[in-house]
Design a protein. Structure first.
Length: 230
């Protein structure tokens, strides 16, 4: 536990200057080069500090200048770090509002290009999805976790329809992303960070034009199930 505390403290220490730099980049740059550089390098450094190695498979399948909705399983807070460090190109997270309450890091999230969802307010949640659709149509890729929350037992949970309705409305291909190994590093409800290995599997994009919305969700869910190892 002492080593876990030291790792967590070190992550907090690097998060403060990185968050301030990301905030500066969000405010001063239209192209947000600094912001995306910060998020990728902060994520990679936080993984290393935690003793977590990351392997990425399938990145070559993703054209750098195309727009996608990335859909990933969710077993740990380390999923966010792995996705930001491993998914090629720029990607904007769709996050729950509660994360913006974290001091300094959360403040940066509020003015970042990320999309914040207020799950307690249906009207605001719908407005956030409308904004996400607008961003996608403008050429910004997004990442969401269709299970809605982290699993408590390591098993995949049923996928919710919201992200797939968003992809269908925006006409953006969905990229299934399978994250293996993160559950054992920091499961939901635990404060102990354990060193380990995360594998990020990026599957070929699935076009919403070839499926109905329920079929699209089932196709992506089946692809992640096929690759998932708790």
């Amino acid at each position: 536990m002492l080593l876990s505390f030291i790792r967590a403290f070190a992550i907090v220490c690097i998060t403060i200057p990185f968050s301030l730099l990301a905030t500066f980049g969000s405010v001063t740059q239209k192209d947000l080069r600094i912001f995306y550089w910060v998020t990728r390098n902060w994520s990679a450094l936080a993984l290393r500090i935690s003793g977590v190695s990351l392997a990425v498979r399938g990145a070559e399948l993703i054209p750098r200048n195309a727009t996608f909705v990335y859909a990933a399983n969710h077993a740990s807070m380390f999923d966010i770090l792995a996705a930001l460090a491993g998914i090629p190109g720029r990607v904007n997270l769709i996050l729950k509002k509660e994360l913006t309450r974290v001091p300094i890091w959360g403040w940066g999230l509020r003015i970042s290009p990320y999309i914040i969802i207020d799950r307690a307010n249906a009207r605001k949640a719908m407005a956030s999805l409308d904004e996400a659709e607008r961003r996608i149509r403008a050429g910004s890729s997004v990442l969401l976790f269709p299970e809605g929350t982290r699993t408590r037992d390591g098993k995949l949970q049923p996928f919710k329809r919201g992200g797939f309705a968003l992809a269908a409305r925006a006409g953006a291909p969905v990229v299934p992303v399978t994250i293996n190994g993160s559950f054992h590093i920091l499961p939901k409800g635990s404060l102990r960070i354990k060193p380990g290995h995360i594998e990020l599997i990026i599957s070929p994009p699935v076009s919403p034009q070839n499926y109905s919305e329920p079929e699209l969700r089932a196709c992506v869910e089946e692809e992640i199930k096929k690759n998932y190892e708790c």
